[in-house]
Design a binder for this molecule. Structure first.
Ligand code: ZN
Length: 52
């Protein structure tokens, strides 16, 4: 079987809106942190992963 993936939210660190979901390997130890566009802040902000 392939590596299992689960879904996590990417939450804007400024307005706390969960703007994105993304797949992540279950075994992965690292925390996802991505700079993405937030339509609430109207700019690129750091988004951190949150569990679904
Ligand atoms: Zn935001």
């Amino acid at each position: 079987m392939k590596n299992k993936e689960r879904y996590v939210f990417l939450e804007c660190t400024e307005c706390r809106n969960r703007n994105y979901t993304t797949g992540k390997r279950v075994r992965a130890e690292y925390k996802l942190e991505k700079k993405k566009y937030c339509r609430f802040c109207r700019g690129h902000k750091v988004h951190k992963e949150k569990k679904v």
